[in-house]
Ligand binder design. Structure first.
Ligand SMILES: [Zn+2]
Length: 331
């Protein structure tokens, strides 16, 4: 048995004032339609645009590259990517970061909005062969603080990976608090605006040199889970345990979205999304089940705030699901 004391109740007072602040924030947000977007379950993209991203990524298989996604949000809050752009001529490509050519983005973005009514709805960049198929901590922090600053609601962040011959792209939806992996809904045809825009804006657009698109994996651009080496999910029967944990959390949180994902360290993370202002995050660290799960609350106005958790984690138990239930009930 082990006590998982992260923070003590000395945080209770701070928490109380935070909640009052959140209630205020919630009131001020309630008039906006952004609430509709909570729990978006997919990112719609035309096949031609995923192909375009793969060509840009394969242009630079050893260095970061990137660009922007344009399209619109449907009434029910689903993003639809109609047109993607790659790096401009003055973009800064480095091994571990990428900065778009701002003049290029502004010029192209203005024309896409003015002529075709397309909105800037996302960003993408490649982690090429770095072995990181998720937004880095820096990526997620930068994106979420921009979303909060500019009151964007939600924004797409795509991360590409490649080997020498094919590329993969994963979509994440960031909401100012966190970034969740979100499945693609691929429309298996060319975007209707791709040929029109390519022709009309031929004088300003820069296209990739790689001419053949090559999307690896299951051709949906998604990657199989890549758990950390020796991770508990690689053991037999662990999938069932995780399903049991998810079912239990859904039962305990009937009004909230419960969303599992993998973090950048290859650990399972479960987000319980209460509203646009708060989510709880449970992470099963490398070393679980000997190590206890971590539990934090994240608030929109205060970024990440560790919460107290003085629950007992029974690390000697054979029954991980029962241990987890006890742990969660005592939080
Ligand atoms: Zn990155």
């Amino acid at each position: 048995m082990k006590k998982c004391i992260k923070r003590q109740r000395r945080l209770a007072a701070a928490r109380k004032s935070r909640l009052a602040h959140i209630q205020e924030t919630r009131k001020s947000l309630s008039a906006k339609p952004l609430e509709l977007r909570t729990g978006t379950t997919q990112v719609v993209i035309y096949r031609s645009e995923l192909d375009y991203l793969s060509r840009c990524i394969l242009d630079r298989p050893d260095i970061e590259t990137g660009g922007q996604l344009f399209g619109h949000w449907t009434d029910s809050g689903i993003p639809v990517v109609l047109y993607a752009i790659g790096p401009g001529p003055k973009a800064n490509h480095q091994k571990t970061f990428f900065n778009q050519d701002v003049d290029y983005l502004v010029t192209v973005g203005r024309e896409l909005k003015r002529r075709y009514g397309l909105h800037h709805i996302g960003e993408w960049h490649s982690h090429h062969q770095l072995g990181l198929a998720w937004p880095s901590v820096h990526d997620a922090r930068t994106m979420n603080s921009t979303i909060r600053e500019k009151d964007l609601g939600e924004f797409i962040l795509c991360i590409g990976n490649c080997d020498a011959s094919s590329a993969k792209v994963k979509a994440f939806l960031c909401d100012g608090i966190g970034c969740d992996q979100t499945p693609w809904e691929v429309i298996r045809t060319d975007s209707p605006v791709r040929p029109v825009i390519d022709r009309d804006l031929a004088g300003i657009l820069i296209h990739p040199e790689t001419s053949a698109a090559s999307l690896g994996g299951d051709r949906d651009g998604s990657l199989r889970p890549a758990y950390a080496p020796g991770y508990w999910m690689l053991r037999e029967g662990s999938g069932q345990i995780l399903n049991g944990i998810l079912a239990f959390l859904k039962e305990r949180n009937p009004d909230n979205v419960v969303r599992p994902s993998l973090n950048e360290r290859g650990e399972v993370r479960i987000d319980i999304i209460h509203s646009k202002d708060k989510r709880e995050v449970i992470t099963f660290p490398v070393g679980f089940p000997e190590k206890c799960p971590s539990f934090i609350s994240i608030y929109k106005d205060l970024t990440t705030t560790p919460d107290y958790a003085d629950a007992i984690w029974d690390n000697g138990s054979e029954d991980i699901l029962s241990s987890f239930k006890t742990f969660y009930k005592n939080l």
